[in-house]
Design a protein around this ligand. Sequence first.
Ligand SMILES: C[S@@+](CC[C@H](N)C(=O)[O-])C[C@H]1O[C@@H](n2cnc3c(N)ncnc32)[C@H](O)[C@@H]1O
Length: 209
Amino acid sequence: MRLRQARKAQQGKGSHLGEDMVFLRRFFGAPRQVGSVAPSSRFLTRAMLDRVDWAHARSVAELGAGTGVFTRSIVRRAHPEAKILVFEVDPALQDVIRAEHPDHPGLRLCGDAQELRAIMKEEGIESLDFVISSLPFTVLPHEVSENILDAVQDALRPGGRFVAYQYSSIMKPKLAARFPDIRTKFVPLNIPPAFVYDCGGDCREGAAL
Ligand SMILES: C[S@@+](CC[C@H](N)C(=O)[O-])C[C@H]1O[C@@H](n2cnc3c(N)ncnc32)[C@H](O)[C@@H]1O
């Protein structure tokens, strides 16, 4: 019953079947990079993006955009003057996002999330209000995860939040070592069910993993 509900939730209104097939193909090509067989459900999208104070956020980064399920809602919710940095390392998935947002003035589509600080510098962005992540940290190479988490800590303004979902609680102690204030929400209606971690606090003093 729950599986059927989750499948329905995953498809949602206005299902993007072509995108889902691209996503699945990229998963088979690079399972440890893509980390999941299907894009996030609308329930997970809402649970993630409701954590962001869109009225005040002027600089936001999305890490691991996939086919852009979050990007679509971010663009809809963001302030017209907000800068949105969208990172997706897979060129085929980047093409899907580019096709949907060909000339959004505030959106920059980028590759590897390890380049976060370099891209911010190019864009003249000093710090970020929010970082939204779908990255599969538990299956990415350890060094890549570390580099990205270091970059996020360095990039967030004081009071900024790192909102990330994971399919298990394995990452929670690692996130807690960096971010003293973590709020967790479980989202069952997703394939697979996910934990949303809304992380903040004075992360610059966080211990190394
Ligand atoms: C679990 S999928 C999430 C996709 C989408 N945001 C969603 O929620 O459906 C994770 C995505 O992270 C991307 N990714 C993995 N490593 C990355 C990196 N170093 N930089 C940017 N994107 C990366 C993968 O290609 C994949 O599209």
